[in-house]
Design a protein around this ligand. Structure first.
Ligand code: ARG
Ligand code: ZN
Length: 875
């Protein structure tokens, strides 16, 4: 069924308290739930009580402690209905039996790698007991857990531990947890297993003593330090920046090895994919350290933006996710380099969200309807949702933003809120009408700004014409203008020209607000023809069409005061060249002029500036992603042509630069003993970016450097970079390094994931065969989401090989989606999302991709997850 935003109505019943008694057993877990119910004053009087269930086996049901007559209720595996419940407060006791060991969906309660754990967002709690499984039903939970001592010495749930002990006359023990904060069922969690613990004391800014703990698989405690360090830092940061203190006596983080997503913010008991907790220099890369820091922070920040204030319904998902991504991005920016973080985030936004927005799966930040909510945990809800918050802050200013956040925390604390309530706080704090701004939540698609500038030498004025359009997206053929904050500067010979104008659209501080279809702003006292630097800091999530000559862009690259736009200027030069050379049947020779200009600019930059900010330099050296070029081309896309253009540009830029690259690598050195901090990571990033370029420009040199880097390095970052460089160079040396890598890390599944992915990404015709044979490798398993995402997800992200002209890539992925759907629909439907850009392909591939999608769509007994994606992709 299609669930629609406008159909929302409050629950007829509320559940104030939940007492759970859960006796853990691998195949026969007994759950007794005692629900304290009452009619919702805002609901329909006299309505039946309909509790959600999913795959449940029901035992006894009691009302106020007395067995409920068979005729008084009906139960299926999907729902428990009490036909005529008393119109007053009462309790309902429900017994269910679960088999956690066979729960391969990894939703609800499951047991894998000997650990019991839960995932209840969005609707997994109904796989544990019958419940009003909707976020606006909030309850106070008390949870008694029992398990065999040997099997699960650690028993955790939300809130604070209130009792624990032995179960007399048995080999079992118990623990009782109480969470005083009312919460929706999706934030419930439990963990049981043999786990090692790393702990630390913490005192909040408002004086509350808290025990912080990170639980990991036995023997892995040595890898929990970075997560703990990140946790402490993000807690301090949230106190300082948002005035938010933690609110329980314990904060637990648990790492599990079979997990559908990154992590989950269950109240006081965050459960993580172990990939986002475990780190040491030998088994985690700089990228892993950065993601762990970001995700630990993300889940912790949810305690206020998500848990204390939750969502009224799942249409409001961005209320917690967009805002929390914004908060974690800000944290990482403060901990690391703000401009490099911004560049990295914008890269991700473009390759993931812009691509989603440009294809059949496009949807608004707040969707209007869904069949399967788990398919809406998307880059649009998360990353575009965060951009919307960022724009809001830009438009109303830092002070009104902070005041609005304070008001939101004060007013909505303890409630299940909506976007409207959130925006009302900022309308109040800023005194601005945000009605038009709210369109960002409703309208899908990436707007394009077309900008043109004219200098009038006689009048000494510069006029900027800006116009916006948003392309049609599924279900939204007509688009309205949105509110676009355009941060800008005019760059003259001596830097930024002071901006003077009488235009209403100019908000001061280098900000034009484009909220009409078009606007024209004339700046006065401009003594020389300037170069416009638009969308500084990427002030709005849009495409920009601004016809600047390469020479002007190269000038911005060297002279712009905004480092994001310095980076962007070079990307724009490269993108334009790749878009024209990457079109089907295009003449590649045109690339060489651009390549020469880029190489020249880079040569100077590398010699003069790279050492001062290596992390930024690494970003500068990296060409735009293939997927971005494909999207810019937009139709009749030939992935092979794009890849060929990309390689050829890299080789032509790289060749004259080899001497300076070698010199700079030498100057950077290996940095000695590994340290994960941003500065050290930045130096490695630059060295390794240069290695990749050398590998393309001079494969013999690249091979030699990669081999010695692999042999000499003590850390995974440099070793993996050596492997990645070698994947660009076909031949025996590559195969040897692949072998050697596998032997070195034979006992490290998370490292082998990277090894699987590096091979899945090889842009050569043999990759599909390689991937198929890697599926037989002991390191691979279709049952583990991380393995699937690395090997199969990696392959599906391989632009040329997934999009093989013979369609074999599509068929392969489609077959796996179908097979996987039987055990784990969520992982299967994510994988099917790899088809999101099929409509822009040239006719041959497009037809083959469509066939593969249609084959999935007509498979009998598909999950709702997979059928929803297949249908929308084909619609
Ligand atoms: N709320 C979690 C987070 O953002 C992610 C949960 C994903 N859930 C899902 N059903 N896909 O940290
Ligand atoms: Zn989140």
């Amino acid at each position: 069924p299609l669930i629609r935003l406008e159909d929302y109505r409050p629950s007829d019943w509320l559940i104030d308290t939940v007492d759970l008694d859960i006796s853990l057993h691998p195949h026969q877990t007994q759950v007794r739930a005692l629900l304290g119910l009452r009619p919702n004053p805002a609901g329909q009087p006299g309505a039946p009580l309909v509790l959600d269930g999913d795959d449940l086996t029901l035992g006894r049901v009691q009302l106020d402690g007395a067995a409920l007559d068979d005729a008084a209720y009906s139960a299926t595996s999907q729902a428990l209905t009490v036909h005529a419940p008393p119109q007053r407060g009462f309790t309902l006791t429900i017994e269910t039996t679960l088999d956690p060991a066979v729960n391969t969906k990894l939703m609800g309660l499951y047991r894998s790698s000997k650990v019991y754990c839960t995932q209840c967002e969005a609707d997994g709690f109904r796989r544990i007991t019958y419940f009003l499984d909707r976020p606006d039903v909030m309850s106070v939970y008390t949870v008694r857990l029992e398990a065999a001592k040997a099997e699960a010495p650690v028993l955790l749930s939300n809130g604070n531990l209130v009792a624990a002990g032995e179960v007399a006359g048995s080999d079992r023990h118990f623990a009782v947890w109480h969470d005083p904060h009312p919460k929706p069922a999706y934030l419930f969690a439990l963990v049981g297993g043999a786990l090692d613990k790393v702990r630390e004391d913490y005192v909040t800014a408002d004086g509350h003593k808290v025990e912080l703990a990170v639980y990991v698989e036995p023997g892995k405690a040595g890898r929990a330090g970075w997560a703990m360090d990140s946790l402490r830092r993000c807690m301090r940061w949230d106190e300082a920046v948002f005035g938010r203190n933690y609110d329980l006596d314990v904060f637990n983080v648990v790492a599990v090895s079979d997990f559908n997503m990154g992590a989950m913010e269950n109240k006081g008991l965050n459960i993580f994919n172990d990939k986002y907790v475990l780190a040491d220099p030998q088994t985690a890369t700089d990228g892993d350290y950065a993601s762990i820091e970001a995700i630990i922070a993300h889940e912790y920040f949810h305690n206020w933006t998500g848990n204390r204030i939750t969502c009224r319904d799942w249409f409001q998902l961005c209320l917690k996710e967009g805002l929390t991504v914004f908060r974690d991005q800000e944290f990482s920016s403060d901990e690391r380099s703000r401009s490099v973080k911004r560049i990295a985030d914008v890269r991700t936004l473009r390759t993931t969200q812009f691509s989603e927005d440009a294809g059949p799966l496009a949807h608004p930040v707040r969707p209007r309807a869904y069949k399967e909510i788990n398919n809406f945990y998307t880059p649009t809800v998360y990353e575009k949702g965060a951009e919307v918050i960022r724009m809001l802050k830009t438009l109303i200013g830092e002070d009104a933003f902070r005041a609005g956040m304070d008001l939101y925390f004060e007013r909505c604390d303890g409630t299940a809120a909506t976007i409207e309530e959130f925006l009302a706080c900022f309308a109040e704090s800023s005194g601005k009408d945000l009605g038009h701004f709210a369109r960002w939540y409703e309208q899908a698609g990436t707007p394009t700004i077309v900008a043109t500038g004219r200098y009038d030498a006689a009048a000494r004025s510069y006029t900027l014409d800006l116009a916006q359009t948003t392309p049609p997206t599924p279900g939204q053929p007509e688009k309205q203008p949105v509110v676009l904050p355009v941060s800008l500067g005019l760059v003259g010979k001596a830097g930024d020209i002071p901006l003077k104008t009488g235009s209403n659209a100019y908000a001061g501080d280098g900000l034009i607000v484009l909220d009409q279809p078009s606007v024209s702003v004339t700046f006065t006292d401009v003594m020389e023809p300037p170069i416009p630097s638009l969308l500084r800091g990427f002030s709005a999530p849009v495409r920009l069409e601004l016809d600047l000559a390469d020479a002007d862009l190269l000038r911005l690259f060297s002279a712009d005061s905004d480092s994001f736009n310095r980076w962007q200027a070079l990307q724009s030069v490269a993108t334009r060249a790749l878009v024209s050379a990457g079109r089907k049947g295009a003449d590649q020779r045109a690339l060489s002029a651009t390549a020469g200009a880029l190489a020249g600019a880079l040569d100077d930059f590398l010699r003069e500036q790279a050492l001062a900010d290596p992390a930024f330099a690494a970003q500068v050296l990296r060409l735009p992603a293939l997927a971005d070029i494909a999207r810019e081309i937009g139709g009749d896309v030939d992935p092979s042509a794009i890849h060929a253009a990309h390689r050829s540009l890299a080789a032509t830029i790289g060749t004259p630069l080899v001497p300076v690259l070698l010199e700079l690598r030498e100057a950077l050195g290996t940095g000695g003993h590994y340290k994960p901090d941003a500065t050290s990571a930045g130096r490695r990033a630059l060295r390794n970016e240069m290695l990749g370029l050398i590998a393309i420009a001079d494969p013999a040199r690249g091979t030699q450097l990669a081999e010695s880097q692999f042999a000499e390095s003590d850390n995974l970052t440099d070793r993996l970079a050596a492997l990645a460089a070698m994947t660009l160079i076909p031949g025996a040396a590559r195969e040897q390094l692949i072998e050697r890598f596998a032997k070195t890390y034979a006992d490290e599944p998370l490292v082998l994931d990277k090894w699987l992915m590096a091979q899945a990404l090889i842009a050569e015709a043999g990759t599909l065969e390689r991937v198929k044979s890697l599926m037989q490798h002991p390191a691979f398993s279709l049952g583990n989401p991380n393995r699937v995402r690395s090997l199969i997800g990696g392959f599906a992200a391989n632009l040329t090989q997934f999009n093989r002209p013979d369609g074999a890539g599509y068929g392969f992925v489609a077959d796996i989606v179908i097979a996987l759907d039987r055990s784990n629909p969520q992982v299967a439907s994510r994988l099917l999302g790899s088809f999101k850009s099929w409509r822009m392909l040239e006719p041959g591939r497009k037809a083959l991709a469509e066939q593969a999608l249609a084959m999935v769509a007509r498979t009998p007994n598909l999950s709702r997850d997979v059928s929803d994606i297949a249908e929308r992709a084909l619609a």
